[in-house]
Each structure stands twice: as structure tokens, then as C-alpha cells.
Design a protein. Sequence first.
Length: 226
Amino acid sequence: MTYLRNHAMKTSSELIQLGPLEQLLAGRIVRRLIQLAAGLVIYGLSMAMMIRGNLGLAPWDALHIGVTRHLPLSFGAVVVGISVVVLLLWLPLREIPGLGTVANALIIGTVAELALQYSDSPANIAERIALTFGGILLCGVGSAMYIGAQLGRGPRDGLMTGLHRVTGYSLRAVRTALEISVLAIGIALGGTALFGPGTVLFALCIGPLTQAMLPRMLVTLERPVS
């Protein structure tokens, strides 16, 4: 199965596994590219909002901030750099990247960096709570949008699914292990202040939020009939 155009086609309203070229040939590409870009921008903004809320970070962001405490790099540069490192971990797992994978690695960190440059953490606790809640909500929206565009997993999502496939452990178990691990490393590098109620709320809410929003964002694609 090399090119979708060489096969009989049927539509699918579910998430489907396609190679990089097949993703581009699966129809509705303009809509999907716009949705991908918008979702990644929203995701980047959500990261900046949680950081400015300063009530606890998502596990991967705790790692990103922790690294910035030890290297002369900006937050955005660290996000992009760690994305590249995670993509290298895909090699032994034989995960296949797509356009969305590369865009995820580059856009999210860049948008977050720009948002942080033009914002500050408010002193008012009500505003910090609003930023934290809003950041979690937008993260769910952005995740559903870029996943629903079906143009390839993000680096961290691909690491999760690759480990799931290779180890045989459930996706829930693999994701939990990854989140705990990166949070522990982030706290070790950046201190316990990176952990807070926002961290717990993110862990509890991001999965259900993304799952609830994904059906609205999922783009129906064409797929080959076997």
C-alpha cells in the first residue's frame, strides 16, 4: 500500500493509521492543514497560560522549565530541543512521523515562547486560577484539533504509542509512567515549586477533555479498501 490514489477508497470517521504520504492524499487537506496549525498554536498558548498561572505545571512543561534552569536556553528552545530528542527515541520503536509530527515539534515551542515574552504572571490569585483553568481547557481543545487533523502524532504521543506497541503494556500504563517520569525529572531539575494543584488538575482533566472534544474535531478521511 503506497499511494491512496491507486486503491479503491472508502471514507472513515475514525482515527486511522496512515503513512506520511497517505496522510497527505487522504482528502480534505486544506481543512486539515488549517486545523493542524490552529490546534498547535492553541496548544502553545495553553502552555504559556499554565506557566503564567504559576499554580503547577503539566509534567512535560515541568521538565522543560527544569532544563531551562541549567542550560542557557529559552523555554521555547528547550521545548523544540526535547521534541527532537524524543523523535530520536522513535527510531528503535519504528514509529512513522508525519507532517503534523514535524509541525508539532516546531510550532508549539515557538508559540509558547512568543506568548511568554509578551505576558507576565499576575499577582491576583483569581487571575492565576483563571489562567490555569483556561490553559488546561485550551490544551484539550488544541490536542483534539491537531489529533483530529490526522496528519501524524506529536513526538510525545508517538513515544507513548511506540512504547505501548513494543512493551505490550496498556496505553494508560505507558502514559502514566512517562508522565510521572518526566515530572520527577522536572522537579529534580527545577524544584518542587513546579508541582502544584494545576499539575494534578491537568493530569485528571486533559484525557477526558481531549476525548470529549475529539469527535467534534475529527476530520473524515478517505482510506484504501483492502
